[in-house]
Design a protein around this ligand. Sequence first.
Ligand SMILES: NC(=O)c1ccc[n+]([C@@H]2O[C@H](COP(=O)([O-])OP(=O)(O)OC[C@H]3O[C@@H](n4cnc5c(N)ncnc54)[C@H](OP(=O)(O)O)[C@@H]3O)[C@@H](O)[C@H]2O)c1
Length: 270
Amino acid sequence: MSFMKLPSDINRPVALLTGATGGIGVHLVQRLVSQGYHILAVNRAGDFQPRDHVTPVACDIAQNQQIEALTDGLRQAGVTLAALIHCAGVINPQRAGDYDIESASWQLRVNLEAPVFLTTLLLPLMPAAGHIIFINSMAALVPLAGSSIYTASKFGLRGYALALAQDVQPLGLRVSSVFPGAVDTPMLQKEIDSGGSPLNFVTAPSSPDEIACIVQRLLLRPKAEIFCPSSDGVLAQLMLIMPRVWRMILPVLMKKGLKGKKKYLARGKV
Ligand SMILES: NC(=O)c1ccc[n+]([C@@H]2O[C@H](COP(=O)([O-])OP(=O)(O)OC[C@H]3O[C@@H](n4cnc5c(N)ncnc54)[C@H](OP(=O)(O)O)[C@@H]3O)[C@@H](O)[C@H]2O)c1
């Protein structure tokens, strides 16, 4: 396998993590290694900083052939996966009519198709009690104007995870989704630079380590869905039940979000 060199003496449960080099991913690697996992750290270049119990893996998950090469390689190496954590994600905020097909397709491939294809091909490598975790987004419940493709990908990913959980229950596999609101990472920076939705700032952004900590706890005590902050999760779920009420309170939330964004920018974080 040219894209990764697996050590021959892995004596820890193995977790495959996509998005390992991202704002949330680097904290996940740290926490999962300290939790006793060996991490297959996936990103495009496979250039993760060398450290114990981490194997960098080069894979552009927007390319189906690369996904197949990765999963074939793992199968041939006889790897079993205790955890599969989908954290890679991309966003390219643009109004609906402004998208070109390539940008829309890229977001759908990375955020939705890739986790679906990876899960499909890696399921045979997961023994009972294996855990599949999706880092989703509050955008799976709160439609974000200006990021309709991202929103669609995350709504789709939620549906997939809920259906998958039923399919794999007889195999003893667990499935969880984490729904963060805004998180202080390069992705949020990109959203701000491209005029992303003020709804990201209705509450203050979480730190990436808070999300990593949630995943660490989920691995010990599996739960189907977890929202961060939990108060936003309650509101978001109510909104989905009553979209009319959502439309009524949207102006209030937008006002609060704009205020929150100003406050965030004033902190000199960006
Ligand atoms: N930040 C937020 O405000 C926020 C809020 C809610 C949910 N989330 C979700 O949290 C997850 C992580 O976000 P983040 O903020 O940590 O993002 P980030 O800092 O921008 O990191 C994105 C990660 O995805 C990887 N990636 C992107 N395209 C890839 C591809 N084609 N193939 C392989 N890897 C690819 C990147 O790796 P390389 O670039 O090194 O290849 C990087 O490791 C995403 O699913 C995101 O939707 C984020």
